[in-house]
Design a protein around this ligand. Sequence first.
Ligand code: ADP
Ligand code: 5GP
Length: 200
Amino acid sequence: MNDRGRLIVISGPSGAGKSTVVFKAIENREDICFSTSVTTRKPRPGEVDGREYFFVDLDRFKEMVEKDELLEHAVYVANSYGTPRAYVERQMAAGLNVLLDIEVQGARQIHEKMPEAVMIFIVPPSMAELRRRLEARGTDTERAIEARLIRAGQEYAEADFYDYIIVNDDAEMAARELSAIITAERCRASNRMQYLKAQQ
Ligand code: ADP
Ligand code: 5GP
């Protein structure tokens, strides 16, 4: 008998360390897979199509929305982002936990459509540290960094529907917390009632 696959939604300001923490938490875990989003944003140096994102133009993005191929989608700092539906549904049907790294508007759509999804918000220890990380990452212009910092403040104000908050000060500790949350959620009674029923 398999546990049912869960949707795990991770949000938090750009530069909080979501990718860093997620990839540390899921390496060596075979029960979790990562959903690669589509975006109209241009690839950053080092980003590979199909790995960090599927990079598409606005026409293709609109076509995906019209054909209902996206589970959720949103605009973030002038670019569109969305979660391809087919991959998520296939992996969950196979019993895997599917992890989404998405911003707050898209997360709210998932929360409303799929209330059983686990909602996790990752924050840096301070706004000053967030700026430092965005500058150190070196992938965004000064203007883009300012826009992302403004958006971060707005996201904090909108993030009232998350189940867990992880403070990413030490990345190893944050990854352990994320991994522990996913494990605990897998053990939820509501997720495992089938075992009781099968043994009655
Ligand atoms: P996000 O996916 O949230 O946009 P990243 O994972 O790209 O963020 O991290 C942003 C930058 O901060 C990267 O340069 C990353 O190496 C760095 N970083 C991530 N976590 C930490 C941490 N705990 N301490 C210091 N730097 C970190
Ligand atoms: P970045 O441009 O830094 O890669 O991502 C910017 C923001 O878009 C991040 O907050 C990230 O979580 C979010 N994002 C990435 N993919 C998706 C998606 O498929 N849907 C939504 N709604 N947001 C996404």
